[in-house]
Design a binder for this molecule. Structure first.
Ligand code: HMG
Ligand code: MG
Length: 305
């Protein structure tokens, strides 16, 4: 959307919910996505088509997609909305396609240990799956986004050198992903680490092919986004209420809260097209539904005014 300076990919319904242990009703997930769309968000990662044994919370992905793609009478349907869904293998792609997905996300870790823990395969095997899935998806007219994990550190094997990230990103772009999200799975990044990595990547890859996907374990998510923005990145993943985390990344917290990101950007003269007040209401609501304290700093401050 040309009237927006920065594009946000809301990942709450996927990254945010995948790690919640109590079963969330399908109707609540659908309602969350509808309410998020009503705040002006146009990219909402809706669910995952992964093994239900690995991520039971998102086992109802097909139902969620079916329900959000229905109801043409809804006001938000008049805008072009993207509902990317995770699909790591052929089975995921088949199910996503059958459910009506027009965009999938393929993912691979930069590091071996997390690749094994999260996808039960090596980095090379994960990339081969990504490649097969991407080729098939493009053939079906489905857009493909890539996301890499562990850009700064692996939960089991420690720090990731920036040079290790570049070939994985390049591979995903070469196979046909339209952009690659840079996943700080553990949320250990800092602006300095963001700068070091981006200086390596941007030497070879245009900024508009990259997006930031920062988890907020150490409260650095907003600072990381500001540094990435200054270096030319214009697309960021974030999660309403700061929900989330990966069940296979011990110690990791949720993504940076979308509310906090919007507060920073809009107050820096950078437009996002998202209504912050409305978004805070959604953040408060979903936190209540799940039964957790509302964790966006900006959201809590705005709600208590
Ligand atoms: P596996 O156990 O090695 O694979 O898992 P398998 O082929 O042996 O399959 C096991 C069972 O799952 C079989 O069923 C398959 O049919 C089924 P069974 O025969 O035993 O009844 N299965 C599926 N069912 C539905 N949809 C599918 C699918 N695939 C297999 N797509 C596998 C390998 C990759 C499937 C598994 O490891 C997996 O699903 N991993 C995904 C884990 C995940 O979703 N993690 C969170 C998302 S990644 C993330 O959060 C990071 C990110 O946010 C960026 C960042 O922050 O870094 C993106
Ligand atoms: Mg993530």
């Amino acid at each position: 959307n040309s009237s927006r300076d920065v594009e946000i990919v809301e990942v709450g319904p996927r990254d945010g919910l995948q790690n919640i242990k109590t079963t969330i009703p399908t109707a609540t997930k659908v309602e969350l996505i509808r309410r998020l769309a009503d705040t002006g968000l146009v990219n909402i990662e809706a669910t995952s088509f992964v093994s239900p044994k690995w991520v039971p919370q998102l086992a109802d992905g097909a139902l969620v997609m079916k329900q959000i793609l229905q109801h043409p009478g809804h006001e938000y349907q008049s805008r072009q909305l993207n509902y990317p869904v995770l699909a790591p293998n052929q089975k995921g792609l088949q199910n996503a396609h059958a459910a009506g997905a027009k965009e999938i996300v393929v993912f691979a870790s930069v590091t071996k240990a997390f690749s094994k823990a999260n996808q039960n395969c090596t980095v090379d095997q994960a990339l081969l799956h990504c490649e097969a899935v991407t080729k098939e998806a493009l053939h079906l007219g489905i857009r493909v986004r890539g996301v890499v994990s562990c850009i700064f550190s692996d939960p089991f094997s420690g720090p990731t050198p920036p040079e290790a990230v570049l070939p994985v990103v390049r591979r995903l772009l070469d196979m046909g992903c339209y952009e690659v999200g840079l996943g700080d799975t553990l949320g250990v990044g800092t602006p300095k680490k963001v700068q070091d990595l981006l200086e390596t990547l941007l030497a070879e890859i245009p900024a508009n092919k990259l997006a930031g996907h920062f988890h907020d374990t150490y409260g650095q998510g907003v600072a990381n986004i500001v540094r990435a923005y200054d270096l030319g990145i214009r697309k960021f993943d974030s999660s309403v209420a700061g929900l989330g985390g990966c069940p296979y990344a011990p110690g990791a917290r949720g993504n940076v809260a979308t509310e906090d990101v919007i507060y920073t950007l809009e107050n820096s003269g950078i437009s996002t097209g998202i209504n912050l007040g409305a978004l805070c209401t959604v953040g408060q609501w979903i936190s209540n539904e799940i039964g957790i304290p509302y964790a966006s700093r900006a959201g809590v401050a705005i709600a208590s005014k």
